[in-house]
Design a protein around this ligand. Structure first.
Ligand SMILES: Cc1cc2nc3c(=O)[nH]c(=O)nc-3n(C[C@H](O)[C@H](O)[C@H](O)COP(=O)(O)OP(=O)(O)OC[C@H]3O[C@@H](n4cnc5c(N)ncnc54)[C@H](O)[C@@H]3O)c2cc1C
Length: 391
């Protein structure tokens, strides 16, 4: 696509920043515009941690992409001043025997068939291996050592530095309210204060705010609020790997997953469940009975945390697509516009490979993932295999 010279990226989360980095590497003049500060306090890419896993049930495509991404995390760790990806593994626990057709067994079978060596829990092993967990309740599971977590906000801040070093212009204080169009061609964006930016192509990577700029997609992607809870146990050393790695406990049946204590001794857990549909600028506070649902889970799972006061809590927004797949494609109806978002609560782990996917889509290069992430019509609503549906 030799005629494209300049690209305006709206949004500096991981979709936007990695797109900017890759497009600059491919020779484009790139500008990134965001309301700022970056990382934005309300951005999905800004939190203490995000899970990195290849465990995707029987979904070989995401599993392959994740394996590529993990190699990318290791390359970044080697290059950055501080390691921001921590390969502490992923412990999947189940209160029922693992069975074919269920997320845990299907992940285990797929990954072992691909040569990854996972450690299946043997009966009675849990108290020795992960003593914080209620071994009377969790009877099965496995540990995947090729997994871990990334310091999300710090990664986003580091990417901003990398983007800046690659010659990309970064503009903060720019909150796009409308795309500029000449005939059928999108050619820039106008901000709330009237400022205008022009480019050959516009990549809208504004997370949950994307549909404010591309309203015709509002029937196919929407913001969904999810609760996050942070606890500060008096014995944080007991909540660190190897005895307390990142975990998912009955996750397709409960939604709960979490992380080891961070350097401040804070343990984080969150729900990968149905969530609640909210407007993008909703106040980021927990709604309804989420805390009592969380405490009920802790009582049957992690008794050492169940009675602690909540150290902090917040609502964080997924940009859910109707089918749980990312949205990385050019608008088939309008020239000059592409959308890169729809993380559906599982895109952060792919950060090292996202930019390549966006740049390929912009250049019209097919790759094994293009079709899955293509601009598509609404179908029967579905979700990622690991996601708890609330039923
Ligand atoms: C609670 C929660 C837990 C998650 N857990 C995991 C996990 O464990 N593992 C995993 O892989 N993924 C996880 N995810 C998903 C992952 O974090 C997201 O998919 C990813 O960070 C989304 O990045 P983004 O760039 O699309 O959006 P964002 O990070 O939200 O960035 C959007 C950017 O657009 C900017 N913007 C907004 N409006 C405008 C405008 N008008 N003009 C210009 N810019 C604008 C914002 O300021 C922001 O910087 C989780 C997400 C959430 C919310």
């Amino acid at each position: 696509m030799a005629s494209i010279r300049s690209v305006l990226v709206l949004g500096a989360g991981v979709f936007g920043l990695t797109a900017a980095l890759e497009l600059a590497n491919r020779g484009y003049f790139v500008t990134v515009a965001d309301p700022g500060p970056i990382p934005h306090p309300k951005a999905a890419s800004n939190d203490v941690s995000r899970m990195v896993r290849m465990d995707y049930g029987g979904d070989g495509l995401y599993s392959s992409l994740s394996a590529e991404a993990i190699e990318g995390w290791h390359r970044w760790n080697a290059r950055w001043a501080r390691e921001l990806y921590h390969e502490d593994g992923f412990l999947l626990l189940t209160s029922v025997p693992m069975a074919p057709g269920e997320f845990e067994q299907d992940s285990y079978s797929l990954l072992t068939s691909r040569g990854f060596s996972l450690e299946k829990l043997t009966p009675g092993e849990l108290p020795r291996r992960a003593p914080q967990w209620d071994a009377g309740y969790y009877i099965d599971g496995y540990f995947n050592p090729r997994a871990g977590w990334a310091e999300a906000g710090a990664v986003t801040a580091q990417l901003l530095e990398d983007v800046s070093d690659s010659g990309v212009e970064i503009i903060t204080g720019f909150s796009a309210v409308e795309l500029l169009q000449q005939g059928n061609k999108v050619c820039g964006a106008v901000a709330a204060d009237g400022a205008r930016l022009w480019a050959d192509w516009v990549v809208v990577a504004a997370g949950v705010w994307t549909t404010l700029l591309v309203p015709e997609l509002a029937d196919r992607m929407w913001p969904v609020g999810q609760p996050i809870f942070y606890f500060k146990p008096p014995d944080p050393e007991n909540y660190r790997p190897p005895l307390f790695p990142p975990w998912g406990a009955d996750i397709p049946r409960s939604g709960w997953y979490g992380f080891p204590a961070n350097s401040d001794g804070v343990v984080k857990m969150a729900n990968h469940g149905p969530g609640i549909r909210v407007p993008p600028d909703v106040e980021r506070v927990i709604q309804g009975d989420e805390e009592s649902v969380c405490r009920a889970f802790l009582s049957r799972s992690l008794p050492g945390l169940a009675r602690l006061p909540v150290h902090e809590s917040k609502l964080c927004l997924y940009s859910d697509t109707w089918d749980g797949d990312f949205w990385i494609d050019r608008d088939p109806e309008r020239e000059g516009l592409m959308v890169a978002t729809g993380g559906s609560g599982h895109a952060f782990k792919f950060t090292p490979v996202l930019g390549g996917l966006v740049a390929d889509a912009l250049e019209g290069i097919e790759n094994p993932y293009s079709k899955r992430f293509a601009w598509r019509a609404l179908g029967e609503v579905k979700h990622e295999e690991i996601r708890y549906t609330g039923e």
